[in-house]
Design a protein around this ligand. Structure first.
Ligand SMILES: Nc1ncnc2c1ncn2[C@@H]1O[C@H](COP(=O)(O)OP(=O)(O)O)[C@@H](O)[C@H]1O
Ligand SMILES: [Mg+2]
Length: 366
């Protein structure tokens, strides 16, 4: 069953946020059932506090800029380092404000070692979300950044498993299924010891249990990670994230960006090597062949299932975890068709074989 957007219009940001503090979603002592986890307490920051911590939003403290927000590093007086995500001042798109509030609504209800930690928010002089600051940057900067140091295989593998667990938690362990819709390397923060944390829930959707999927307009997300049925028809369900996760796995293995003006589409480039099982050709040359071949083979196998063109052929995140742990011995690898069909390859070329317009700066999309 498909549903269109039923979000109510007209709730002011302030009322929306304060409603969470007293909402039945936020459990207080004594009202928790046995299998419900207590939500962490959320601090309401004053504008002065975040101004002081970021040195008045000094450009030197700007650590990230996304579609509709800026993120600043801040130091609190108790020594804690925070990331302050603010709705861009020049933003005049009401939908973006809604996305920002949606992000707050979702992130308030997630608590897992592999999802970003919200510390609090500020609603004075704009909208601000406050997170724990992650010192190791994002997966995108670690893979494609200016530093010539390559991310060693054991860390890449740890990131693969962590992101898989985080997505499994969002899809399977939350009260309502959460579809992230923008899984990509710049939305994976690298915490202490490079433990990955999924962040940026601005496009996330909650799916009630009785909905199989959701149809959305406009189609938002990131070039190169979009599943064909989403890209073409706006259909969103867990498999939208599974597809993007498959692309992310290939990015981690190859060190290549999902779309790049020289290699065009990563998926089209990688597919013949996945088909032939030639994993050495897929491995990032920067690894200089220093990888665990068995682990690499399982990651490539999982990727090849995740990026199947037809969403029902893609595994659920529980099956992805099994593929990553057991490889060819897993149930799904033994029972479903492992090879890409020729129709599938033709369709991929049609959907992804486009030439990138020369006036598009791909960095804006990654
Ligand atoms: N908690 C954090 N710690 C460190 N850097 C962060 C943190 N959150 C975000 N960033 C940086 O800011 C960028 C944009 O943040 P994100 O939440 O993805 O916003 P957007 O929705 O605008 O893409 C990230 O890619 C990352 O570089
Ligand atoms: Mg982002």
């Amino acid at each position: 069953m498909s549903q269109t957007n039923t979000k109510k219009q007209g709730l002011s940001p302030c009322r929306f946020i304060t409603s969470f503090f007293g909402s039945p979603f936020r459990k207080t002592n004594g009202s928790l059932s046995n299998n419900e986890k207590r939500l962490p307490s959320l601090k309401c920051f004053s504008y002065k506090e975040i101004m002081n911590s970021t040195n008045s939003f000094h450009p030197d403290n700007l650590v990230g800029r996304g579609g509709y927000s800026e993120v600043y590093r801040g130091n609190l007086s108790d020594g804690q380092t925070i990331a302050v995500k603010m709705l861009a001042k020049d933003n005049n798109n009401a939908n973006k404000e809604k996305e920002f509030l949606m992000e707050l609504g979702v992130i308030l209800h997630v608590s897992h070692p592999n999802t970003a930690k919200l510390v609090g928010c500020c609603i004075e002089n704009g909208l601000y979300l406050i997170f724990n600051f992650t010192e190791n940057g994002t997966l995108a900067s670690a893979l494609h950044g200016k530093s010539c140091e390559s991310l060693p295989w054991p860390i890449r593998y740890k990131i693969v498993i962590g992101v898989a667990k985080g997505l499994h938690y969002l899809h399977k362990c939350c009260k309502h299924r959460i579809i992230h819709r923008d899984i990509k390397s710049s939305n994976v923060l690298l915490g202490p010891d490079y433990e990955p944390q999924i962040t940026d829930f601005g496009l996330a959707k909650w799916l009630p249990n009785k909905w199989t999927h959701h149809a959305v307009i406009p189609i938002e997300g990131t070039f190169g990670y979009l599943a064909p049925e989403y890209f073409m028809h706006g259909i969103v369900d867990e498999k939208t994230d599974v597809f993007a996760f498959g692309v992310l796995l290939l990015e981690i293995v190859t060190g290549r960006k999902p779309v790049d003006s020289s290699t065009k589409n990563l998926l089209l480039w990688a597919m013949p090597h996945m088909e032939s099982g030639d994993i050495a050709k897929l491995a990032d040359p920067k690894l200089e062949a220093n990888y665990d071949a068995e682990q690499l083979q399982r990651v490539v196998l999982a990727a090849s299932y995740c990026v199947r063109q037809t969403s029902v052929w893609r595994p659920s995140m529980s099956e992805v975890l099994e593929l990553l742990n057991k490889g060819h011995k897993s149930e799904i690898a033994r029972t479903s068709i492992p090879k890409f069909s020729s129709d599938e390859l033709d369709d991929y070329s049609m959907v992804f074989g486009y030439d990138i317009p020369e006036d598009i700066d791909l960095e804006d999309y990654l």
